[in-house]
Design a protein around this ligand. Structure first.
Ligand code: NAD
Length: 488
């Protein structure tokens, strides 16, 4: 059985302790590889490699850095099927989804920042006729990048690409639950000629490797994506050390459907937005709010579509719903289904594990796509992030109530709004407290826009210029032009 090693200074390395963690295939519930379990000593070794690589990499012309990142993107694209299968086996998501969305988006992340850096510009201000102020943006050094399991390669490259493009070197800590695509990425980077030490990938648990990365005094930039409780813990360590910190965290996203919405389209896209990747995308809409006038008709369209989603072996090409990521996560979701019943919820479909998916997957961790009605907006199921194939439906009476409901949780990541009324679309988009609002669509992505959350969903923004700014340090240079009184 393969043990996934760390990737440090361009080499494969076991952890210093020699310890490993089991890596499970969620669809079968069986261990299918092991992953090295790193701790502070391994993080330090990775830091030293990244620190030593920094002077050369940050001094490499942007066009050369760009070329290397483009080579990595091309190599992933060429090997797309292998990456997609690895991602599917690691996460339980349908291989079709990994091949159509996750891996291509990882490729675009690399291409976007590899080319963005060629067009980066800096600001210049003239101060009356006395001085020129211009801003130099320099890479910050060794960046620490911590990523979650739900979109492993997609979110890892979302951090690696801007960090490296801007001239930083990095120590990346992928989720210990889904290490496989990161391992392939390390191999790909070495083959594409990325200089040793520029990217180091250290595997291991959050409490071990993750906490050591956060606390390392030489790693002064931390970009984290994951749960809100973890983000708070990272901030507790990093803030008193004055590290630069970006936190992308949980969500409880509303999907607001007004009475004038295109019902068919709203129902179809709501199925995608609620259940893609078994509901395990931070941007999934988990609270569907529908105007009372449309509520019954919406449910008549929506619920049968959800019931028809094929739950199956993620490696089969017609599977739409695969396994959830772990036994613990499956049990957490089932716990919320129990709670929903106790809180007075009415299960309209799903609500349990499916009957045997196939022989290979008989011990896998699956949950049927579930729709729950009749829950109070302030109950736990409507307030807490479940992060599974579970959605609640709630009627509202008017626009103000819809906005209040949408804003009525601690989270503020994303929302989607369905209406044909342009003025209302603008009004509601402005009033919802979240980082992204989609109008009559979901998950359409433009890499130039800032991405992130408000409230307990996030601090800082990723994407486009925001990411390049995050990974660089601005330095203002002020040059005197004229001595007052001398040259008029
Ligand atoms: P998690 O917080 O458990 O783990 C995320 C990463 O942090 C993993 O690599 C983990 O090992 C590491 N980690 C855990 N404890 C740590 C610690 N004490 N110090 C440092 N690192 C630590 O999250 P998860 O379960 O992997 O992912 C699911 C969560 O991620 C959900 O809440 C989801 O909403 C969120 N998420 C957010 C976004 C976004 O862009 N806002 C995107 C995807 C996922």
């Amino acid at each position: 059985m393969r043990t996934i090693p760390n990737f440090i200074a361009g080499e494969e390395r076991e952890s210093l302790s020699g310890r490993t963690l089991d890596n499970y295939e969620p669809a079968t519930g069986e261990v299918y590889s092991r992953v090295t379990d790193s701790a502070a000593g391994d993080i330090h070794a990775a830091y030293l490699a990244a620190r030593d690589a920094f002077p050369d990499w940050s001094g490499t012309p942007a066009s050369d850095r760009s070329e290397t990142l483009l080579k990595i993107a091309d190599a992933i694209e060429k090997d797309l099927q292998r990456f997609a299968e690895a991602e599917s086996r690691d996460t339980g998501k349908p291989v079709r989804l990994a091949a159509a969305v996750d891996i291509p988006r990882a490729v675009s992340n690399l291409r976007f920042f590899a080319t963005a850096i060629l067009h980066a510009s800096s600001e210049l201000h003239t101060t009356d006729r006395e001085a020129l102020n211009f801003t130099l943006r320099r890479p910050r050094g060794v960046a620490g990048l911590i990523s979650p399991w739900n979109l492993p390669l997609y979110l890892l490259t979302w951090k690696i690409a801007p960090a490296l493009a801007a001239g930083n070197t990095a120590v990346a800590k992928p989720s210990e639950v889904t290490p496989m695509t990161a391992a392939l990425l390390g191999e790909t980077c070495a083959a594409a000629g990325l200089p040793p030490g520029v990217l180091n990938i250290v595997h291991g648990s959050g409490a071990g490797a993750g906490a050591a990365l956060t606390a390392h005094p030489g790693i002064t930039t931390i970009s984290f994506t994951g749960g809100t409780a973890t983000g708070a813990e990272i901030a507790r360590t990093a803030a008193p050390m004055f590290k630069k910190l970006a936190l992308e965290m949980g969500g409880k996203n509303p999907n607001i459907i007004f009475e004038d919405a295109d019902l068919e389209r709203a129902a179809e896209v709501s199925v995608q937005s609620s259940f893609s990747n078994q509901g395990q995308i931070c941007l999934c809409g988990s609270r569907v709010l529908v105007h009372r006038a449309l509520y019954d008709r919406f449910l008549q369209r929506f619920v049968p579509l959800v019931e028809n989603l094929k739950v199956g072996d993620p490696l089969e090409p017609d599977t739409v719903q695969g396994a959830v990521v772990s036994r613990a996560h499956r049990d957490k979701i089932l716990g919320y289904l129990k709670l929903a019943r106790e809180e007075g919820g009415r299960i309209l479909c799903g609500g349990s594990v499916p009957q045997q998916v196939n022989r290979r997957c008989r011990n896998g961790w699956f949950v049927r796509p579930t729709v729950i009605a009749d829950l109070a907006v302030d109950c736990r199921v409507n307030q807490e992030e479940i992060f599974g194939p579970v959605v609640t439906v709630t009627p509202f009476e008017n626009e103000n109530e819809a906005v209040d409901m949408a804003n009525g949780t601690r989270y503020g990541l994303a929302a989607s709004v369905w209406t044909r009324d342009l003025e209302r679309a603008h009004r509601v988009a402005e009033r919802i407290d979240c980082g992204t609002v989609w109008i009559n669509c979901w998950m359409l992505r433009d890499l130039r826009v800032p991405f992130g959350g408000m409230k307990d969903s996030g601090v800082g923004r990723e994407g486009g210029d925001e990411a390049l700014r995050f990974f660089t340090e601005p330095k203002n240079v002020c040059i005197r032009m004229n001595q007052p009184g001398r040259n008029g």
